[in-house]
Design a protein around this ligand. Structure first.
Ligand SMILES: *Cc1c(COP(=O)(O)O)cnc(C)c1O
Length: 388
């Protein structure tokens, strides 16, 4: 049988695996940070209306610049953060993953590097490699916060062309303070300037901003033309299936991205569906408050069960520590609950679901702790198994 490595693929792709969060059919799926609530019926009907309207023009290519959608996204950002954002400074694509890919196509690429602070969102290194951009793993403290001094030192050492700051960070849930982002941004510019470069692009990935205890980092855009904030409708908006991500930045960054984007990348159906969802922004985001309190409850109950839980500003919680992470993951699955092993030593991650799903997870976790404690006293240790 022919394998990928038998093909004449690019050298840097040899031995790599695709993004692979398991899509298993189990009763409680809390592994991909989706919003657990289906869209309201009124929105489903509105999507059907707007898509029907768009369908009448499907013989034509869609608006290449997605201007109506960018205008509504800008209005949403302005409304929800109080920061005045214009359509010219907003760009949209098929998920923020595509936004990030376009940014790397324009600002990364062969001979260039991107730095992020591991553990972080696995797609940042994956998309970097896919665009020929060298990935540099930056440091974090033991509590998963960013050590500004060590981070600034890494920036001066490597002088990357692109810097990723994920806030709140996936998979740890850690928010990054605005003064830290400013320090990293300034260091990244200085490191590039010292080598004769024009500066570095700083990508603040705010996929989970709506869940944070901390306000958005959007106010930092003013006066910083190489700072970008990326957002998504996959999490708080509850529309992961829509595939709509966007960015806010200086209009010059948008112009740079427009050079590399495929023409008509955002289908008329996607644009119509996203516009319908934006009409329902306020009711959709009302559910976020409930998810935040469920997130806080998961943190409190896991701590009460004696686990080590990382503070979370997102719609998920990182917890541990386990000697044998795959075994705990497998046991939770045996109890009908799918969580995520992100490869962080000793830790697992659970997304905040509905109250019922979270109860099921917490019951399963307490049962697993009891089982393992009982087996340890009888000398039976959990078996080693592998998973993603
Ligand atoms: C989920 C997630 C995204 C969203 O990606 P989409 O392509 O918009 O679905 C982006 N960044 C981070 C850190 C995420 O966890």
């Amino acid at each position: 049988m022919t394998g990928v490595d038998d093909l004449p693929v690019r050298d840097e792709l040899r031995g790599q695996s695709p993004y692979g969060a398991p899509q298993l059919d189990v009763p409680v799926r809390l592994n991909t940070n989706e919003n657990p609530h289906p869209l309201p019926e009124a929105l489903v009907r509105r999507v059907a209306e707007r898509v029907a309207e768009a369908a009448r023009d499907l013989n034509r290519y869609p608006d290449r610049e997605a201007l109506a959608l960018r205008t509504e996204l800008a209005a949403y950002l302005t409304r929800s953060t109080g920061v005045g954002i214009q359509a010219a400074g907003v760009w949209a694509a098929n998920g923020s993953n595509e936004v990030i890919q376009q940014l790397l196509q324009a600002f990364g690429g062969p001979g260039r590097s991107a730095l992020g602070f591991d553990p972080t969102y696995s797609m940042h290194p994956l998309i970097s490699r896919g665009t020929g951009t060298r990935w540099i793993s930056g440091p974090r403290n033991a509590d998963f916060t960013i050590d500004t001094e060590a981070a600034v030192a890494a920036l001066h050492e490597h002088a990357p062309e692109v810097l990723f700051v994920c806030s709140p960070n996936n998979p740890t849930g850690t928010a990054v303070a605005p003064e830290t982002v400013v320090a990293l941004h300034d260091a990244a510019q200085a490191a590039q300037a010292a080598r004769g470069g024009r500066g570095a692009l700083v990508v603040v990935d705010e996929a989970y901003a709506e869940f944070s205890h901390q306000p958005s980092l959007l106010p930092l855009l003013a006066g910083r033309p190489t700072l970008v904030v990326t957002r998504t409708m996959s999490k708080a908006f509850g529309a992961a299936g829509l595939r709509l991500g966007y960015l806010a930045a200086d209009p010059a960054v948008v112009d740079a991205v427009r050079i590399v984007r495929l023409p008509y990348h955002l289908s008329a159906v996607t644009q119509a569906t996203a516009l319908a969802a934006l009409e329902f922004a306020e009711p959709l985001l009302a559910a976020v408050e409930e998810l935040k309190s469920e997130r806080d409850r998961i943190v409190a109950e896991l701590r009460a069960a004696g686990l080590d839980v990382t503070d979370s500003d997102a719609n998920f919680v990182q917890f541990g520590r386990f000697d044998d992470v795959p075994a705990v993951w497998r046991r939770l699955l045996d109890h009908g609950v799918l969580v995520r092993d992100n490869g962080v030593p000793g830790r697992l991650r659970v997304s905040a679901g509905t109250r019922r799903e979270n109860d099921a997870f917490l019951d399963a976790m307490r049962a697993v702790l009891k089982e393992t404690a009982a087996e340890e006293t009888t000398g039976i240790t959990p078996t080693k198994e592998t998973n993603q």
